[in-house]
Design a protein around this ligand. Structure first.
Ligand code: ARG
Length: 292
């Protein structure tokens, strides 16, 4: 069984990262990423996460799997269990066996979603308190998300994603703590917007131009929030709420439709997840490490 003594994040170095296919509107093979700049930006993100108290674990990069860097899509972690992704697009389906091997070696119980539904892991399934918010249609199927909620035994709030630029839930919704989140309302239909408003008492709607800078794709480590540059209004709001924002440039990854959150997978449970506060590996996880 995996055990964690501090916030632990899975990342994958961008050795084979590039824009080799187009499966979302951010990607264009004619707008290639600069590989040395991508390495620099990725390393700066890793260093920043470590500087705010996280431990970073590494998934080995694989030639021919350029999007393996986006570890948020490896699966959904719940306690010592991971539900592996089943990617919508064939271009990413080769990632799953590598993800599965990593999780098995790390001691996780590995489960597949039943049926032949698509499911893209923490990209589309995010806990806010005890509720699992589940983005569907573009990449994940609602049946997969409902099945998952039943298997975990938690309430699921399915929200339909309606804008191809915000094709994963983590591009337009970011839980900060139980009952607190930031989101980009136009990425959801009216029903989804109302469902979020009804479930999350402390909500902040990001400015549209900051949503386009992946403002919602932020990584929360305790009271620290790591995000892409170009989101000054969200940074100010986070400070007002008692968080410390840390901006770092991730433009090379935005070319593939991803930013800070997509490049990470929290292994001990997100701060906003209600189940995390209880125990990990049967032991109380205790308070987060002191703020540096
Ligand atoms: N190019 C990748 C894709 O389209 C980017 C994935 C971003 N990941 C995320 N969790 N939003 O699948």
């Amino acid at each position: 069984m995996p055990s964690f003594d501090r916030p632990t994040i899975l990342m994958c170095p961008p050795d084979f990262y590039g824009i080799e296919y187009e499966i979302n509107p951010w990607m264009s093979r004619s707008r290639q990423s600069d590989s040395s700049l991508a390495r620099e930006q990725w390393a700066a993100l890793r260093d920043l996460l470590e500087s705010v108290g996280a431990k970073v674990e590494l998934l080995e990069p694989v030639d021919g799997l350029p999007d393996l860097v986006f570890t948020a899509n490896a699966g959904l972690v719940w306690h010592d269990r991971v539900y592996l992704s089943r990617f919508r697009h064939q271009a990413r389906q080769g990632e799953t066996p590598h993800d599965g091997d990593w999780f098995r070696a790390a001691g996780f119980e590995v489960r597949d979603v039943v049926g032949d539904w698509s499911f893209e892991g923490a990209g589309d399934a995010l806990f806010c308190g005890d509720t699992l918010f589940a983005g569907y249609v573009i990449r994940s199927d609602v049946n997969a998300l409902q099945w998952l909620g039943a298997d975990v035994g938690c309430q699921v709030v399915p929200v339909q994603l309606v804008d191809d630029f915000f094709y994963h839930l983590d591009t337009c919704f970011c839980p900060l703590a139980p009952g607190e989140a930031v989101y980009h309302p136009p990425a959801f239909d009216d029903y989804g917007q109302r469902a979020i408003v009804n479930q999350v008492p402390e909500l902040y709607a990001v400015a549209p131009e900051e949503a386009a800078r992946f403002a919602c794709n932020a990584v929360v480590v305790g009271r620290h929030v790591v995000l892409n540059t170009g989101c000054p209004r969200l940074e100010a709001e986070l400070s007002r709420r008692g968080y410390t924002p840390h901006a770092t440039p991730l433009d090379e990854f935005i070319k593939a439709g991803g930013s800070a959150k997509c490049l990470t997978l929290r292994l001990d449970g997100e701060d906003a997840a209600g189940w995390r506060a209880e125990t990990v590996d049967g032991r109380a996880t205790g308070p987060l490490p002191p703020v540096p």
